[in-house]
Design a protein. Structure first.
Length: 581
């Protein structure tokens, strides 16, 4: 039996008409004023900044150094633009206002996350209303959903990691589009509302391409919730779906273009095939579900084995489990419409990263950020059937949020520094060569030179020895004042693959230890291999400056600046020499 799409103001059951006296005694419906909303927003921001405080005070980590504020700096605005223009503009505004201070970059992420928590709560509140849920329970479950989105520790990577702004920012536009969609009064969305959804969806896709799955979530919502198990809402919104699906096709074409040139994603990566990746993802999805329910053992770099066949590592069992849940969700869709919507939506929103398109990192916590809203649907569908006193439910839900916030606060301490992050990761996955490599680099940056050299040696026994490992190992040895060993490592690297970078590093090491002739010889080789490698001239300028040959030093710094006017090292070297002249 179809129900009306108009949300009833009272529960749908017969009851005696109220007497005038009873009507007069009935409490008035409370409607929040604007300042209540403002106060709530300030409170959410305060909680978010408190929970994410340890990471807010932290440093740039991992891939942050490859973002345009490091790579482009004061270069022309056009160089900041790429395949994600709105995201790059946000970084550009950060850089232009605060330079390379990490705090404001982190703060912007937290603000996006706080607003996303509010949006998640509002979306859940409205979807519950479409199912006929009213009263205090709807409000409590909506508040709980927003708080859990805000405080769940599995969200930490998407917020504390500056490079993951693409997650928080894209989901802001994604949830905004979804909220506009569900907050309509009638079955059919107006033209203005449809255009607003389309605009927000388009921006979301330009921030991160995985949001192209929004049309599928809208279709599911219309089918499971708006006009339950009928195509009425879908038919009435054909104009909206026509426009948004057309936009999604354009977005998917852009995704294909990005994947064609990507080094860490797409069908060209050599580590595994598309079907091996798919088999592995059957197991990874269960990891994500477990992290939502029991967020222990979190890691920045999971050591996850590849399933080379459908039976490898339990992939078949994992697939059968997912199919079984799908059957149960469909069978009980009428009794639990939100849970069914949530489960199928969860799988669809995960599809861009957890299906057939290979990505070198097979399991990453930030991939839960997009489908988290669907897990909330499942949660509230069960909670709304819990027959318990108001105070008891609110108390238990509040306790869950407090525990989640405490775990997030602890996790943010890990994301507060590279050394803490990679120490934690290696403790949980000691066989992960990449994590051990990153730990060695963090130790070197923190002046733990002897430990860094030993950790690089550990990496050499775990993975293939390449130029990058040897050069970074050499820098750690030089830092530990083991110059000859450092030079030997770089020469070993140059035997396999001579590069201007490698020889310039050798020149830099010799130059720092007053071995000028050997430094100049290495830098001459670097220039021969690549005359346009700017750091060769910076290091040569440093050598000349250390010998008191200021005109030659100035000339070298100027050559570096001619190649890269934004070279901070050349600018600093030139300024220092000019002060000494």
């Amino acid at each position: 039996m179809k129900r009306s799409v108009n949300i009833p103001k009272q529960p749908e059951k017969s009851r005696p008409a109220a007497t005038p006296k009873a009507a007069a005694a009935a409490p008035a419906t409370w409607s929040p004023a604007w300042w209540h909303w403002a106060l709530g927003f300030v409170l959410v921001l305060f909680v978010a900044f408190e929970v994410y405080g340890p990471a807010l005070k932290g440093e740039f980590l991992f891939d942050d150094s490859y973002l345009p504020f490091f790579m482009v700096g004061d270069g022309p605005f056009s160089q900041w633009m790429g395949v994600r223009p709105f995201l790059m503009i946000s970084y550009w505004l950060n850089y232009k206002t605060t330079g390379l201070d990490p705090y404001p970059y982190h703060a912007v992420n937290v603000v996006f996350h706080a607003v996303n928590g509010i949006l998640a709560g509002l979306v859940v509140r409205r979807v519950l209303a479409w199912t006929g849920e009213t009263g205090w329970k709807r409000e409590a479950l909506a508040a709980f959903s927003g708080a859990l989105f805000l405080l769940h520790p599995v969200q930490t990577e998407s917020v504390a990691y500056v490079a993951s702004r693409s997650e928080a920012m894209s989901i802001f536009f994604f949830l905004s589009a979804f909220a506009v969609f569900v907050y309509r009064r009638d079955t059919a969305a107006s033209l203005g509302r449809a255009i607003a959804v389309l605009l927000l969806f388009g921006i979301a896709c330009t921030v991160k391409e995985h949001t192209t799955v929004l049309p599928a979530l809208l279709l599911l919502t219309d089918y499971f919730v708006i006009t339950p198990f009928a195509f009425t809402a879908i038919r009435k919104n054909w104009k909206l779906y026509g426009m948004i699906v057309a936009a999604a096709v354009v977005g998917l074409a852009a995704v294909a273009k990005v994947l064609a040139g990507a080094q860490t994603a797409g069908f060209k990566i050599k580590e595994f095939t598309w079907y091996e990746y798919l088999f592995t993802q059957f197991r990874v999805i269960w990891l994500y579900l477990r992290l939502y329910v029991a967020p222990f053992g979190q890691s920045a770099d999971y050591e996850f084995s590849i399933s080379r066949s459908i039976v490898d590592g339990g992939s078949m069992v994992a697939l059968l489990g997912l199919v079984a849940l799908a059957v149960v969700a469909w069978w009980y869709r009428r009794a639990f419409p939100l849970a069914a919507l949530g489960y199928f939506g969860f799988l669809i929103l995960l599809a861009p990263t957890s299906s057939v398109v290979p990505i070198r990192d097979v399991a990453v916590e930030r991939r839960l950020y997009l489908p988290f809203i669907c897990l909330l649907f499942i949660t509230v569908d069960f909670l709304r059937r819990w027959t318990v006193a108001r105070g008891t439910m609110i108390g238990i839900l509040s306790a869950v949020c407090v525990v989640a916030g405490g775990l997030s606060y602890q996790r943010n301490h890990v994301w507060g520094s590279a050394l803490a992050l990679w120490t934690d990761t290696v403790e949980k996955a000691p066989g992960n060569a990449r994590a051990v490599f990153q730990l060695a680099h963090a130790q070197w940056l923190n002046g733990q030179c002897g430990q860094a050299a030993a950790t690089y040696e550990r990496v050499s026994k775990m993975d293939k020895i390449d130029e990058r490992l040897l050069i970074d190992w050499a820098l750690a040895l030089e830092c530990a004042n083991r110059v000859d060993e450092a030079a030997a490592k770089i020469r070993q690297a140059m035997q396999a693959q001579p590069t201007a970078h490698g020889y310039s590093q050798l020149g830099m090491i010799y130059g720092k230890h007053a071995r000028a002739n050997e430094a100049l010889e290495a830098l001459a080789m670097a220039e021969k291999l690549d005359p346009r490698f700017e750091m060769t001239y910076v290091y040569r300028g440093n050598v000349y400056a250390s010998r008191g040959e200021m005109p030659q030093a100035v000339a070298e710094y100027q050559r570096a600046l001619a190649l890269n006017p934004n070279s901070a090292q050349a600018q600093q070297g030139l300024a220092a020499v000019q002060l000494r002249r």
